[in-house]
Design a protein around this ligand. Structure first.
Ligand SMILES: Nc1ncnc2c1ncn2[C@@H]1O[C@H](COP(=O)(O)OP(=O)(O)OP(=O)(O)O)[C@@H](O)[C@H]1O
Ligand SMILES: [Mg+2]
Length: 351
């Protein structure tokens, strides 16, 4: 039975019980104290009860209208909306003027609908990006194999060249798929992330040492400076934060566009947060693209991407790691000429 029938029936029953009890009670009072010796059907007795019944009837009506307007109607609207949820062509958000549980339910429903739309958009973008990035090497592989199949008389050296190209393109595809699966895996890891206390100086100096050696090996140079003291602690999941640094350094080397690249790593403290900055003196990123760098699958220049590889997931994953730690990440044009990335991590209270 529907709520709009069930509730009035329940109220009607309550009203009848109430009236019957009042009637019985008054009958008892009259029998003991009043000179009016009456039966339940006496007209004087009924005339006395009528105003009480009229008031109870009015209260009953008001309650029914209130319940209909503030409970039954919003629930019905929500039900209809649940049947019509459409993530492709979203409907305007549900509006509720009340601040009660129903208002909250509407707010949460709107949030859920928005999340569904985002998840759907992310999914379609992801499929489009994967399809795009896999199509290019696959088209080349297809072209080379066709050439080898139809031109059996090609000289051996040329054949060898095509085999090598096919091998290179397929290795690139494997790399793309690996990137994608580690990105999805990381999303799950973040949900169950465990953070522990780490000294800011130790983290900074460890990372600096590791990448100084690595960058020097690639004929690049890393310059580091920080103003942390030994009493500054961070609460982080260290392997994940190391992954952020790894992404940033590998980007600088990959996209810096210089043979001898200078990378700068800075650490400082500001308002209960430790800040880390990685900058380079490479070609940088146009100002208009700076805010899009952290979007999934965003790459500055698709043609440049083909030689360098990369799905455009590195910075998106850095952002989700930093935000899971309660920090923020942003990109800026570096004073050294290239790209600068700054992120913050909240300080740990060790009490
Ligand atoms: N230091 C940098 N200098 C110039 N361009 C950069 C730099 N860092 C990133 N970019 C640009 O930002 C884009 C996004 O970087 P991101 O790390 O998110 O993805 P990716 O490196 O292309 O792929 P992935 O990290 O998933 O392998 C890169 O494709 C590149 O065009
Ligand atoms: Mg990257």
């Amino acid at each position: 039975m529907k709520l709009k029938i069930k509730l009035p029936l329940l109220f009607l029953l309550m009203l009848l019980i109430l009236m019957f009890s009042i009637g019985l009670y008054l009958k008892f009072v009259f029998a003991v104290y009043s000179p009016i010796r009456t039966t339940l059907l006496d007209s004087r007795y009924i005339a006395l009860l009528l105003p009480i019944f009229a008031i109870a009837g009015c209260i009953f009506l008001i309650l029914i209208i209130y319940i209909y307007r503030s409970i039954e109607k919003p629930i019905r609207l929500l039900n209809t909306r649940l049947e019509e949820v459409n993530v492709v062509h979203p409907l305007p958000p549900l509006a509720s003027r009340s601040n009660d549980e129903i208002g909250e339910l509407y707010k949460h429903f709107n949030k859920m609908e928005h999340k569904l739309q985002l998840a759907h958009r992310e999914q379609t973008d992801m499929i489009a990006a994967i399809a795009h990035d896999l199509k290019t090497p696959l088209t080349s592989i297809n072209g080379f194999t066709e050439l080898l199949a139809t031109h059996g008389d090609l000289p051996d050296t040329e054949k060898q060249e095509y085999y090598e190209l096919i091998q290179k393109k397929s290795a690139y595809m494997v790399e793309l798929i690996n990137d994608l699966s580690s990105f999805t895996k990381q999303k799950l890891e973040l949900e169950s992330m465990v953070a522990g206390p780490v000294r800011a100086t130790e983290l900074f100096e460890d990372i600096a040492f590791e990448y100084e050696v690595e960058l020097a090996g690639l004929d690049n140079e890393l310059t580091c400076r920080h103003s942390f003291t030994d009493s500054i602690w961070l609460r982080v999941n260290e392997p994940m934060i190391r992954r952020v640094f790894g992404n940033l350094f590998s980007n600088a080397v990959r996209y810096g566009g210089k043979n001898k690249l200078n990378v700068y790593m800075t650490g400082y403290l500001r308002e209960h947060h430790a800040y880390f900055q990685i900058e380079d003196n490479g070609i940088g990123v146009p100002d208009k693209d700076l805010s899009s760098l952290f979007l999934k699958f965003f790459t500055v220049d698709k043609s440049r991407q083909i030689q360098k590889g990369g799905l455009g997931l590195g910075l998106a994953s850095c952002k989700s790691i930093i935000e899971h730690h309660g920090g923020e990440i942003m990109a800026f044009p570096s004073e050294y000429g290239g790209l600068g990335i700054r992120f913050s991590l909240p300080l740990a209270s060790l009490h």
